[in-house]
Structure formats: structure tokens, C-alpha cells
Design a binder for this molecule. Sequence first.
Ligand SMILES: NC(=O)c1ccc[n+]([C@@H]2O[C@H](COP(=O)([O-])OP(=O)(O)OC[C@H]3O[C@@H](n4cnc5c(N)ncnc54)[C@H](OP(=O)(O)O)[C@@H]3O)[C@@H](O)[C@H]2O)c1
Length: 354
Amino acid sequence: MKIADLTNTAVNTVTTLKTFQRIVLAARPKGRVSPENFRMETLPQLISSDLAAGEVLVRNHYLSLDPYMRGRMSTAKSYSAPQELDHTMLGATAGVVVASRHAEFSVGDSVVGHLGWAEMGVTQGNLLRQVDAARLPLSVYLGVVGMPGVTAWYGVNRILQAQAGQTLVVSAASGAVGSVVGQLAKLIGCRVVGIAGGEKKCSYVVDQLGFDACVDYKANQTEAELLDCLRAAAPDGIDLLFENVGSSVFDASLACLNPYAKIALCGMIAGYNSASQPLKHANKLLTMRAMLQGFIVTEHMDVWPQALTELAALVASGQLKYHETIAQGLAAAPDAFIGLLSGQNLGKQLVKLS
Ligand SMILES: NC(=O)c1ccc[n+]([C@@H]2O[C@H](COP(=O)([O-])OP(=O)(O)OC[C@H]3O[C@@H](n4cnc5c(N)ncnc54)[C@H](OP(=O)(O)O)[C@@H]3O)[C@@H](O)[C@H]2O)c1
């Protein structure tokens, strides 16, 4: 059953909800995302008796908000098809099974899936991942032990192949991906420099996460200021760059590359709401003989089991720290998402649904 079909579902009682809410894409944004791009709908609660073989009904407790959603709201050609208008906004969720017609899932199981911006939903069981909510909090499986964590793990270990003694720079350093990148690189023995927006975020990554330094790009807005700060924070130059932002932030790092530097191009969030800014220092890719690899973590499912196992162990042992910014209730999701695209979040942005 597709989420979009839920309005046609007959009603039997399986939870205490008589109705549930979802948010659909009402209009595609032109430039910045606004609340008018979304519409909240109330639907009859979903039922157990209508589940087809292999399907599972889940009550969602957390919704993950992620930058990639901005791309899906647009029809621009990308690695994935656009989100359809008037359909539930796409998104990863963590919740509890309330009914199951899949042999591997029972009522009460904690699961992560892609049920979208909705309080409940039906999905094929083989699209769900069972998680151990007794070992770690459920929300963690959407962040540090979920897609963002695996993204960091893949970039650091497989693309950059970080080695002790190298200098690694990561932008959006206090965010869901960047915070894990820096900590994994520190565990390997790198010198780690973050780039983040504002004093609070920079203090967090240095004082709480153990980065060696952090450059505040909002306090150092001119090209010369940003370059001076980055050169001071990475005096031996940049061997490894984990790029999350693009624009002038990326450009400053390009200017500081060392010979044979490696770049994991993970995201370019500065351009998601608008046209990307041109790069002045792209010539460094040639003159420094750099290797740049763009990647999409969902194309590398083979590494997920190992990455998730290692990340969970590091979080459980306290070696990998995380922070969550949690909006309360589905109705808060649009503003929280708009805030994510302008740096309002610290760490992983979630919405608590129940
Ligand atoms: N390739 C993949 O498979 C993959 C997977 C997951 C994520 N990503 C990418 O990784 C990046 C980080 O994702 P995340 O989930 O960890 O998000 P996040 O860092 O938790 O949140 C986004 C952060 O980006 C920064 N930002 C937002 N707008 C910006 C702008 N206009 N200019 C500069 N910085 C801006 C803000 O931090 P500051 O306040 O510090 O600027 C904001 O807090 C994104 O580019 C995302 O698309 C890629």
C-alpha cells in the first residue's frame, strides 16, 4: 500500500487514535521554502484488517528532517525522482509496530522506515529496519546511528580513507553528518577543523565533540577573513575535505588544499534554496591534483550493516556524542524544516510525533 492511498482505507481500531495527521506537499517552492508549500490533513486512522500480506502498520514517534527533502520538492533533475504534489512529504521515521502481516515484525517492535510526514502509516515490512530501543534511544536511529551517521562513516572511511596525522576539514560541522565526521576522524587520529555558523555551534564542536578548531563563517564573512581563519585553524593545509555546504565555504577550503588532497562531496546546502554561487578556487582541484568524489549514501547499502554496528557501539560506549534539536508535534515540522535550511538546528533535527 502506498502512503498516497491511505484515504481509501477502511477503518478498524488498532490504536487509540481515531484520526491521524499527515503533511502533504501543497506547492513546489520557488526559491526559499515557506509554510504555504505544505498542507496538514486529517485522515481516518489506519487499520490492521486491511493490511496485505507482508505489510506492517506503524505508529511513528519521530520524524527525521533532512536537507535532501528540499531537492525532492523541486522538479530539477537529480539522483532521485521528485516528491509528488498532494502526497505525504517523504521522510524517514522511527516508531513502533501496531499491527503486522509480516513474519519478521510483531506488535511492539521498534522500527525505522520511510513513512513520511505522518503520525502513522503502512509499509512493506522489507522496507523497515528493526532497531534496539532498549540499547539506545529510538531517536538516535534517525541520526548518529542512522542515515546521517552512515553518510559520515562512508565519507570518512571509504572516500577520504582518513589516516592519523592528516588534517580534515568538515563544513556544517555541528550538524547531523558533520558532527559524526569530525568525531570519527578524531578517533582515527586526524587534526579536525570544523566550519560552522555562529559561536554557539563552534564552541559545541570544539568543547563538547573534541574538534581541534572551528571557523565561524558567519562572523568571518569576507573572503579574506574566512581564508585567514581557515589558514590559522589548518596551518599545515587541508589533506581531507568533507564538504556539506558549497558556496564561499567550499571555496575557502579549496584555496587551502594540499597536494593530492581528497574531497568527499556530500552536500551543497547553501545552494538548495537558490542558485549556487560560482567557485573562485576550482583551479586548486587541478594544481593540487585533488581527488573529488560526490556520493549518495543510499547507493552504498553494502556498507550500512558494518557502519551501523560500529556507530551503535561507539555511541553506547560514549565515544561518539550527539545532540538533537526536537520540534514538538507534526504541525511544527514545516517551520523546523525551514529552520534547518537556514541553520537553526544544532545537531540532528527531529520532530517528536507522540
Ligand atoms: N550525499 C549524501 O548521501 C548525503 C546524506 C545526508 C546528508 N547529506 C548532505 O549533508 C549536508 C548536511 O546534512 P545534515 O543532515 O547533517 O544537516 P545539518 O548539518 O544537521 O543541518 C544543516 C546545516 O547546514 C548549514 N546550512 C544551512 N543552510 C546553509 C547555508 N545557506 N549556507 C551555509 N550553511 C548552511 C547549517 O549549519 P551552519 O549554521 O553551521 O551553517 C545547518 O544547521 C547537507 O548538505 C545534506 O544535503 C548528503
